[in-house]
Design a protein. Structure first.
Length: 258
């Protein structure tokens, strides 16, 4: 067992932690929610890099031997800096454009993410590889992170917020939607409801598929631990939850992923 640090701007990274624990159930995880500074989506890269350094220092103090940056926005802004400045491995979020592009039947994929992620070079490079083959429509999931952090995971207001960003993607013909922010999987039931209630989306038939990169991130962590020979150093599997602000949402949402 190893000690794995995991961090996000808030509780969204719990959707990643859930997948990590499916693949690697015996590890010790230390999860840090930077909810006092959430959302990261519109913050500068420099701000996010500073936060990422402070959080990494804290996770190292807690014994982390590898860190999962369970935040697409922080991956885009800070993972290169972290890799340059620290000796441990960092595993980041991958924009799941490839599986979406390979799986679409309509030839249109939608990407929901934060403004920071959509501007990041990692996303832009990945998009560049596929945009000749499929049409890629993007939207910022405006207000999605706030819904999750305030535990508003259903109801008319949550549906209206989700509809405002999702509907344009469906109307553009997207049958596959990339969840490009780790908070968004917590809104999957609302997204599915909005999609199902959208008259004539996909020109009358079929279903929409939502693609979450978290299972691939978990497999990547497993292979990195193997490559680096990191194993069996921590006697106690489990999860420690830490937050820079009040931890009510973190603890409640953690209750839904175990
Ligand atoms: N969970 C984040 C991400 O994956 C957070 C976004 C935010 O704080 O704006 O991008």
């Amino acid at each position: 067992m190893a000690t794995i640090g995991v961090f996000d701007s808030g509780s969204g990274g719990l959707s990643v932690l859930k997948e990590l624990r499916k693949v690697l159930p015996e590890e010790k995880y230390v999860y840090y929610s930077d909810n006092a500074n959430c959302p990261y989506g519109d913050k500068t890269p420099e701000f996010i890099q500073d936060r990422a350094r402070s959080i990494t220092d804290l996770l190292l103090e807690k014994g982390a031997e590898a860190v999962v940056v369970a935040c697409n926005t922080a991956t885009a802004a800070a993972i290169a800096t972290l890799r340059a400045e620290y000796d441990i491995p960092f595993i980041g979020m991958e924009p799941a454009v490839k599986p979406a592009a390979l799986g679409t039947r309509s030839g249109v994929i939608g990407v929901l993410a934060t403004a920071g992620t959509l501007k990041g070079s990692k996303y832009l490079n990945t998009k560049g590889l596929y945009e000749d083959d499929v049409k890629i429509e993007e939207r910022v999931g405006r207000g999605f992170v706030e819904l999750v952090e305030s535990l508003e995971l259903e109801g008319p207001h949550a549906e209206a917020v989700v509809r405002a960003s999702l509907l344009p993607l469906l109307e553009a013909g997207a049958d596959t939607i990339v969840l490009g922010c780790t908070h968004y999987p917590f809104l999957l039931p609302v997204m599915e409801k909005v999609a199902a209630l959208t008259p004539g989306f996909m020109k009358g038939s079929g279903t929409v598929r939502f693609v979450d990169p978290a299972p691939a991130v978990a497999r990547r962590l497993e292979s990195v631990l193997r490559e680096k020979g990191i194993s069996l150093s921590d006697p106690e599997p489990g999860v420690e939850l830490l937050a820079s602000g009040p931890d009510t949402t973190l603890r409640r949402l953690f209750g839904t992923i175990i």
